[in-house]
Ligand binder design. Structure first.
Ligand SMILES: [Zn+2]
Length: 341
């Protein structure tokens, strides 16, 4: 007599092959002290209508990046079946346990720092964050043609808003990606050609699928002007790829995009001492090589002069630490320089 094994791998309440408008949860099995036979809910929605391209929109890959949650959920609520040709899959809070906890990382993994975007391709029987990564890798990634991963840096960082592409060496796909940069309506468009292992982009781009990511502000909050151009920008991009076919007149892109290259190590200022960070430049400022950037105060010996910070490489100030207190190794700033094709 044999006893068949029953899988405890993640499962989904909706059938992504079914046409229509559906919502439910990806169930992440989690036997916890609070709930012995429970599962963790990861929201998922789909609008599918006939044959056509498949777009995947992802929010809260990091749990404290809220703009993408609002944009992804808002689009699902607004769009009707007749607005779609093909399919849009919505994952508004990909690392849902982190989102529910108001944290970048999930507190439910062994380390208490489950960073979804460092756990791909994941593990179906790992801790919760690895299980989510596994489900996305095996069930969502194969379905999509274009992926919009709506990041925004989270509580510890603030960004001048941007959208980023990675060139693929395919003329048509790269032309479409450049068009997306223009249509999204962000002030900054970043053009790069590298991906990192263990990230979602590292899973998708080697499959020759298009992957865009954003940094829609951050600092653990939602700013209306950023959320609004991001929302309109998503619709413009979905229309360009042919999956949004509603006849609504869309506004022109809210900003003329300025193209920048992906940053290098020289663009960063890291904290070399712990203390209280006082920036003296603002996001979006143009700064010169060697320009003064701010201070780090010694929080105990406040009679001492603070440590002065300088930019090695100037450019536009794109990234700034959000909280004042910092420790050695924290990113305080980085700049971006113009992109030259
Ligand atoms: Zn992120």
């Amino acid at each position: 007599m044999s006893c068949p094994k029953v899988s405890l791998a993640p499962s989904c309440e909706i059938d992504l092959d079914e046409p229509g408008k559906q919502h439910g949860y990806i169930r992440i099995q989690f036997s916890a002290d609070r709930s012995a036979y429970g599962w963790l809910p990861v929201p998922i929605m789909s609008i599918k209508n006939g044959d056509g391209p498949v777009a995947v929109i992802i929010g809260a890959n990091h749990g404290d990046e809220y703009e993408g949650v609002s944009i992804t959920s808002g689009l699902y609520q607004e769009l009707e079946i007749g607005d779609v040709k093909g399919q849009i899959i919505f994952l508004p809070a990909a690392n849902a346990p982190a989102f529910y906890a108001g944290r970048r990382t999930s507190p439910l993994d062994w380390t208490g720092e489950g960073n979804l975007n460092r756990m791909f391709p994941g593990n179906q029987y790992g801790p919760p964050t690895e299980m989510i990564a596994w489900y996305i890798t095996t069930e969502i990634v194969p379905r999509g043609d274009v992926f919009f991963d709506l990041h925004s840096a989270g509580k510890s960082i603030d960004h001048h808003p941007s959208v980023k592409i990675r060139l693929m060496g395919d003329e048509d796909k790269d032309a479409l990606q450049m068009k997306f940069l223009e249509l999204f309506g962000a002030p900054i468009g970043i053009v790069g050609n590298r991906v990192h292992e263990t990230t979602l982009s590292g899973e998708i781009l080697p499959l020759d699928k298009i992957y865009l990511s954003t940094e829609l502000g951050g600092a653990g909050k939602i700013r209306p002007w950023i959320r609004d151009f991001g929302y309109n920008g998503m619709k413009r991009c979905l229309r360009e790829m042919g999956v949004f076919v509603g006849d609504e007149k869309l506004p022109e892109p809210e900003h003329k995009v300025s193209l920048k290259a992906m940053q290098t190590g020289e663009n960063y200022i890291f904290a070399r001492t712990s203390g209280m960070f006082e920036p003296r430049v603002n996001l979006g400022d143009e700064v010169q090589d060697g320009q003064f950037a701010g201070y780090i105060w010694n929080t105990k010996e406040l009679w001492q002069k603070p440590t002065e910070l300088f930019f090695d490489r100037g450019g536009i100030v794109f990234c700034k630490r959000n909280p004042a207190l910092c420790e050695v190794g924290d990113t305080l700033f980085f700049t971006l320089n113009d992109y030259h094709s």
